[in-house]
Design a protein around this ligand. Structure first.
Ligand code: GDP
Length: 697
């Protein structure tokens, strides 16, 4: 590190992604340890890895957040960004991918392509992030490089290029051949490390693969292609340069291999990261909007221009406060700086910078373009925001976070904890843009919506560990409604003669369904001849408006109602606003009863995207859930899209259900469509349940 020349060409940012359990965290750990960044390699099982430091990660043995670990090797700083593979934490992965120039998709040599591998591919394709594959666990039973390589080629074709090849496999896995440099590194029979020529029995295979590599890279450049076709010698450096170009153009995805657990193949892997992965200046430029012209521009990463950066992650730390992780796109962060945040239209002050390695902070004098840094205690900035020199007028493309798909209510375990909970939730929302917290005005419940049950459970645990507030999570109440199917014309009369001043109000009101089906009460004043005096008519309307907040079936608000006040009578002394309000509510109760009252339930528009083979199950399940399939389409990547309408009460746990029905390959969105009559068979169940809930209170 002492003789490290801190410049953009000496930086690599690698996002480690892939299926849960493929070995991402172990690989990060192995690379840290191999490059001298730790005395002992941490183990998932022992909960002592650098990147899975959160208590929840230790408990669940999965990564739930993106974390950064810089390593130094041969004069190059490599920022490893370990991204969670578990689907509930996709938001973290998406944030982290904004900070890297290359994704390394980790796979297991015995499992091959898994759901997480496909998702990683799809997402990196979507955001045009260059990628490589790392076939891990070469030491495991059934590890088979050739098979996995063939699967990758079958699935993604010509882009897949082998730049490494394993020496042995399963318990005989010894090391790795660098196909470009024709260099082998392995342990021989005596456990001695050998570095040098390719063993005799692998030469033919290695040459065949090298031919494949050259053929692919030659396509990236005409001069190179000419040289290759005419049989001229290509230097290793020429091949590597072309490889970088091919990766950045999205035409090549190199394949590497090794065993993270046994730390075999690390040197070759580091060599390929340094030579074959783009430095930030060669990486894809960042999409931004020019605020003056409102046009899309692409900004190259460079140390030259004034400072600009993207905040890709926020950590809410109960002790330190808010930590914002940013990646510098242009210029550098150095010393005290006043920068602007165009997303919030505010100025922020930057002063002390640091680098994070897992949870540990190392102070930094400056953070240059291409590198990842952190600052504490920004006032306004949130994840996804741009920070820039005041002279600049750009805003970097917003990170596209997935919409929340599942909601649960947050109920304090201890009364009086409400404030703690709401502060905690606000802080956690700054950390994680994939969940939202709202208060349901009707039920007064606090509702938390996120990516799935595990996501919400982890948030609840964070609330406890970080903010000392324990909560229960429940399924939210369904916002049922009531209305009428028929019509009625009734009288509401309130007459009281007790002691001094009496009370007298008398109305005749016709109740029917609104013709335009709108939800609000439609009140029509059809009184003639002053039978109900002008000054009491607003009281009648007010009385009705109050009355409809509680229907007569199960106490839910009444919607789509039209009430026509057409007759009534008054008393010159005893009539009052209050008396007419009461008369109106009496009329309402009577009128509802006589006009076929019904219960309404919210119905959702459901859009499910699944691979073809799950279609039958999905449609069957929708039917079982009292749903209606409206249509089908084929998505861009060949999946099936099913559009349907399903009652809200049937899909409150759909995110978990869909996951288990489709091995996590399905995705869905649901939004409110309209209210529909609850079928006869369900009405009594709902009325009973609501009653029980009320009595429980
Ligand atoms: P992640 O979820 O992708 O971060 O995967 P982890 O790093 O948590 O690893 C999942 C499991 O696979 C752990 O039990 C690791 O010890 C194990 N593992 C990781 N890499 C290797 C490897 O190269 N060989 C073998 N045999 N096991 C490995």
């Amino acid at each position: 590190m002492k003789d490290f020349d801190y410049s953009i060409r000496n930086i690599r940012n690698v996002g480690i992604i892939g299926h849960s359990g493929s070995g991402k965290t172990t690989l990060t750990e192995a690379l840290i340890n191999y490059t001298g960044g730790s005395d002992r390699m941490g183990r998932i099982e022992e909960g002592n890895t650098v990147t899975d430091y959160d208590p929840e990660e230790k408990k669940r043995q999965i990564s739930i957040q993106a974390s950064v670990a810089p390593i130094y090797y041969n004069g190059i700083k490599i920022n490893l960004v370990d991204l969670p593979g578990y689907f509930d934490f996709v938001g973290e992965s998406i944030q982290g991918m904004r900070a890297v120039d290359m994704a390394m998709i980790v796979m297991s040599a015995s499992q091959g392509i898994e759901v997480g591998t496909e998702k990683a591919w799809k997402y990196t394709e979507k955001i045009k992030l260059p990628k490589a594959f790392y076939i891990n666990k070469m030491d495991r039973e059934n590890a088979d490089f050739d098979r996995v390589f063939e699967l990758l080629k079958e699935k993604w074709g010509l882009k897949i290029v082998p730049v490494q090849y394993p020496i042995g496999s399963e318990k005989y896995f010894k090391g790795v051949i660098n196909i470009v440099t024709r260099r082998a590194r392995y342990e021989d029979e005596n456990g001695e490390m050998t570095e040098g020529q390719i063993p005799e029995e692998y030469r033919e295979k290695a040459e065949e693969l090298r031919e494949m590599v050259m053929e692919s890279v030659a396509q990236t450049d005409e001069v190179l292609l000419d040289k290759y076709v005419s049989g001229e010698h290509l230097e290793d450096s020429e091949i590597y340069d072309a490889l970088v170009k091919g990766c950045v153009a999205g035409e090549i995805a190199p394949v590497m291999c090794g065993s993270a657990l046994e730390k075999k193949g690390m040197k070759t892997l580091l060599e390929d990261i340094i030579e074959g992965f783009p430095s930030p200046e060669l990486a894809i430029p960042q999409k931004a909007r020019d605020l003056k012209t409102d046009e899309v521009v692409y900004i190259k990463l460079t140390e030259e221009s004034p400072f600009s950066a993207i905040v890709f992650k926020t950590i809410a730390d109960p002790f330190v406060g808010k930590i914002s992780l940013f990646r510098v796109i242009t210029g550098e962060a150095k010393g005290e700086m006043n920068v602007k945040n165009p997303n919030r239209e505010k100025m922020e002050k930057l002063s002390t910078y640091f680098h994070l390695k897992g949870k540990n902070q190392t102070p930094a004098d400056r953070v240059i373009a291409g590198d990842i840094g952190a600052v504490a205690k920004l006032s306004y900035t949130r994840t996804g925001d741009t920070l820039s020199d005041p002279s600049m007028d750009i805003i970097y493309d917003k990170i596209n976070f997935p919409e929340p798909v599942m909601s649960l209510t947050v109920v304090p375990k201890t009364k009086g904890d409400e404030d703690k909970i709401s502060t905690g939730l606000t802080k956690l929302m700054e950390e994680d843009p994939t969940f939202v917290v709202e208060r349901d005005p009707e039920s007064a419940e606090v509702i938390m919506s996120g990516q799935g049950e595990t996501h919400l459970e982890v948030l609840a645990t964070k609330l406890k560990n970080k903010f000392g507030a324990e909560v229960d999570l429940n399924v939210p109440r369904i916002p049922y409604r009531e209305t009428i199917k028929g019509t009625s014309d009734v009288q509401g009369k309130h007459k009281k003669q007790s002691g001094g001043h009496g009370q007298y109000g008398d109305v005749k009101i016709k109740f029917e369904r609104r013709a335009d089906d709108a939800d609000e009460l439609e009140f029509v004043d059809a009184v003639v001849g002053g039978v109900v005096p002008r000054n009491f008519i607003p009281a009648v309307e007010k009385g009705l408006k109050e009355a409809i907040t509680e229907g007569i079936l199960a106490g839910y608000p009444v919607i789509k109602l039209k009430a026509t006040l057409h007759d009534g009578s008054y008393h010159p002394v005893d009539s009052s606003e209050m008396a007419f309000k009461i008369a109106a509510s009496l009329a309402f109760k009577e009128g509802m009863k006589n006009a076929q009252p019904i219960l309404l339930e919210p119905v959702m528009n459901l859009r499910v995207e699944v691979p073809e083979e799950y279609m039958g199950d999905i449609i069957g399940d929708i039917t079982k859930k009292r749903g209606r399939v409206l249509g089908m389409e084929v998505s861009e990547d060949g999946d099936q899209i099913v559009m349907a309408e399903v009652p809200m009460s049937e899909i409150q746990k759909y995110s978990s259900e869909l996951r288990s029905m489709t091995q996590a390959k399905g995705e869905y969105k649901a939004e409110f469509a309209r209210y529909e009559e609850v079928p006869e068979s369900e009405v009594n169940k709902i009325i009973e349940k609501t009653k029980a809930l009320k009595e429980g209170k």
